[in-house]
Design a protein around this ligand. Structure first.
Ligand code: ZN
Length: 481
């Protein structure tokens, strides 16, 4: 099967060029001068379109198995395709989570039957409880290990415990101490893996909430109960552990100016540190949340305009390597609870690319930088490049075609997740993903999934021993030019 994508403008971090893309047997076979004659079984007219390497969402909670009333893997991956994403990396806090090689294999096989896009699997750190599984998990193909730093886990289900005053209760695995966490860093460094953490210092959060006097009842209180100093302290500790152990350390969903500043300085010091941010931090600030406080509830919370400006600056200058949606659906009934009880997380995998394209159309980010942060940077970080994240001969023929002229409005009812409520309801956007191609076959047209579920497990193939900080910051290398 030979597919020719004709007449588009290819966008890579190093620039744009007009070329036709010939795909064969799921890979890019050749890049041809525009209009060059070639035999193909099928042609796709991409004139007027920007052709990006297939976008990757590295931060997706699919709730499957465990909370499939909220979301399941089939819905989440169809939603991903509809939103212009061709690879998702699946967070490990399902029930049961991926914590060892048997659970990794089981999850890979279950998901492989219904995946609409390609997927990689995260593994969950249980502190010292599964430190002995780390080498095996990375050898098996885990893309990274997640540490929900500061959270207790239910001993039976290994679910995260969100509200407790008693971290020593017998039915819980207490949050790992720094002494335990440094051993996790050492083990992941030994496996040449990547450790990503939720960074909010538990003790600072506890004090902040005690000083507030009650559980936050509105967004204005949430930002008081989860202050930026909690994130900054946790990031600072992580940076020092990375420096001491050589472990590659990744800050998940970075939300504050202080944390961006720390990551930037650490990269300057040559420490293997990277960061991810999410569309909600780039499009909302806490004061915008009035009236949709629960819809916008996420940990860490969105903060001030100044924090948001620092995040955008980090995206533009390369301090922030990757973007994830943190897709974490809850039912509308869950989200309709009083703010203090409403769970954190939002439906987001399908709206990440449209929201960022809108910011590209308004000039807040260049197409090249978007190509980096939504594709090549993420692929490199997780060791998937150049199979993913590149428009080059030999790479997987994954592409997201974008119509930069389209104007439309985000509507929850049009989403493909199991949940159809979105904090961006009614947001007018400019630019849209209009075709997604997965390994040479169209899987989305006009924001609707098409064809069969044919996603596959992807594994890191090019694990760097350290992230090349300079390269990650610039977003370009000799090889990518
Ligand atoms: Zn998350």
């Amino acid at each position: 099967m030979r597919l020719l994508v004709r007449g588009g403008t290819l966008v890579s971090p190093g620039g744009q060029r007009r070329a036709d893309v010939l795909c064969e047997d799921g890979r890019i076979a050749a890049l041809l001068g525009a209009g060059e004659p070639v035999r193909a079984d099928e042609e796709l007219d991409a004139s007027g379109r920007l052709v990006f390497p297939g976008f990757i969402d590295p931060h997706v909670h699919t709730r499957d198995p465990g909370d499939t009333q909220k979301e399941d893997f089939a819905h989440a991956t169809r939603a991903a395709a509809a939103g212009g994403v061709t690879t998702v990396l699946v967070m490990p806090n399902a029930v049961p989570p991926v914590t060892d090689v048997p659970s990794f294999r089981q999850r890979a096989s279950e998901h492989g039957e219904v995946a609409f896009v390609d997927f990689g699997l995260w593994a969950l750190s249980l502190g010292l409880s599964n430190v002995g599984e780390i080498a095996g998990l990375f050898a098996e193909g885990a893309v990274a290990m997640k540490l929900f730093w500061g959270y207790a886990l239910d001993r039976q289900t290994l679910r995260l415990v969100y509200n407790t005053d008693d971290y020593a209760a017998a039915d819980m695995i207490a949050p790992a101490t720094n002494g335990e966490v440094i051993q996790v860093f050492q083990a992941i460094a030994g496996a040449r893996g990547l450790l990503a953490a939720h960074c909010e210092d538990r003790e600072i959060l506890d004090v902040a909430q005690r000083q507030l006097g009650h559980a936050p009842t509105a967004y204005s209180e949430l930002v008081v109960a989860r202050p930026d100093v909690a994130e900054a302290c946790s990031v600072a500790v992580g940076i020092e552990l990375a420096r001491a152990t050589g472990c590659r350390f990744h800050v998940a969903h970075i939300s504050s100016e202080r944390a961006v500043h720390l990551v930037s300085a650490a990269i300057g010091d040559g420490i293997s540190v990277s960061a991810e941010t999410c569309p909600h931090y780039l499009t909302f600030v806490a004061e915008d949340c009035k009236g949709r406080d629960s819809a916008m509830k996420a940990f860490p919370p969105v903060r001030t305009r100044r924090d948001q400006e620092a995040l955008w600056q980090g995206v533009r200058d390369g301090t922030i390597t990757s973007m994830g949606s943190d897709h974490a659906p809850h039912t509308l009934a869950d989200k309709s609870l009083p703010f203090s009880h409403a769970p954190a997380g939002m439906v987001a995998v399908e709206t990440m690319v449209p929201l960022m394209l809108d910011r590209m159309c308004s000039g807040q980010i260049t197409a090249e930088r978007l190509s980096w942060i939504l594709s090549e940077g993420t692929a490199r970080l997780y060791g998937l490049y150049p199979g993913k994240g590149a428009l080059e001969p030999g790479s997987d023929a994954d592409m997201t075609l974008v119509d930069p002229s389209m104007q439309w409005t985000i509507r929850g009812e049009a989403l493909h997740s199991k949940q159809r409520h979105t904090p961006w309801e009614g947001t007018a956007v400019h630019g849209a993903p209009v075709v997604s191609i997965l390994r040479g076959e169209v899987v989305m047209r006009d924001r609707e999934p098409v064809g069969e579920a044919r996603g596959r497990l992807v594994k890191p193939t090019a694990l760097p021993s350290t992230v090349d900080s300079g390269m990650m910051r610039l977003g370009v290398t000799a090889g990518a030019q």
